[in-house]
Design a protein around this ligand. Structure first.
Ligand code: ZN
Length: 187
């Protein structure tokens, strides 16, 4: 389990030496979408140096959610991503990128990918075109079938908040501690 900035350093180091795996499974509680966006930028960045540089046209488009080759796969209408959508993604992955160097698909919540959907994706993740990249986000790796999981490199992200200032709750606690004990017990 690593903190998000450690994960970002790891992603950057791998991308900068051209060794970023094409299928990543980001696991952890909370919102992993910023880490996913960073990884997507690392795939698309055209900086000759450290990737993602977060300054080039591609990085800026990814971070602004407007890169045509980075797709957050969403289906607001169904509990599970529809198989039709997943099949469409599978076909789309074989179409060369628009302007980036990779086609990146982000599955934000793998608990919404059922077994059939995962089986549809299995082959393209395993032996799709070299420019296709997949980011699977899940609370736990068990959201993916072992077959699909085994094709991914897992990065465990610790998103547990580390308070840098006393929280409002802690402040209230201290205030009450200096006052009425009954109030403190009630609190
Ligand atoms: Zn860049």
């Amino acid at each position: 389990m690593q903190k998000p900035d450690q994960v970002r350093r790891e992603l950057s180091a791998a991308a900068s030496r051209g060794a970023l795996h094409h299928a990543l499974l980001l696991t952890g509680e909370g919102d992993l979408s910023e880490t996913a966006r960073y990884a997507a930028a690392a795939y698309e960045c055209k900086s000759p140096g450290e990737k993602p540089c977060l300054r080039c046209e591609h990085c800026r488009k990814v971070m602004g959610d407007i890169h045509p080759d980075v797709r957050f796969v969403r289906d607001e209408e169904h509990r599970f991503l529809s198989l039709e959508l997943v099949r469409e993604i599978r076909s789309d992955a074989y179409i060369i990128p628009n302007e980036g160097q990779r086609k990146v698909y982000v599955f934000e919540d793998c608990s919404r990918l059922d077994g059939r959907a995962q089986n549809i994706l299995l082959k393209v993740v395993e032996e799709g075109p070299p420019y296709a990249a997949f980011l699977f986000l899940a609370e736990s790796a068990s959201a993916l079938l072992p077959t699909l999981r085994s094709r991914c490199v897992e990065l465990r992200v610790s998103t547990a908040a580390k308070p840098t200032e006393p929280s409002a709750l802690a402040e209230e606690f201290c205030r009450l501690a200096g006052e009425d004990k009954r109030q403190l017990i009630a609190f």
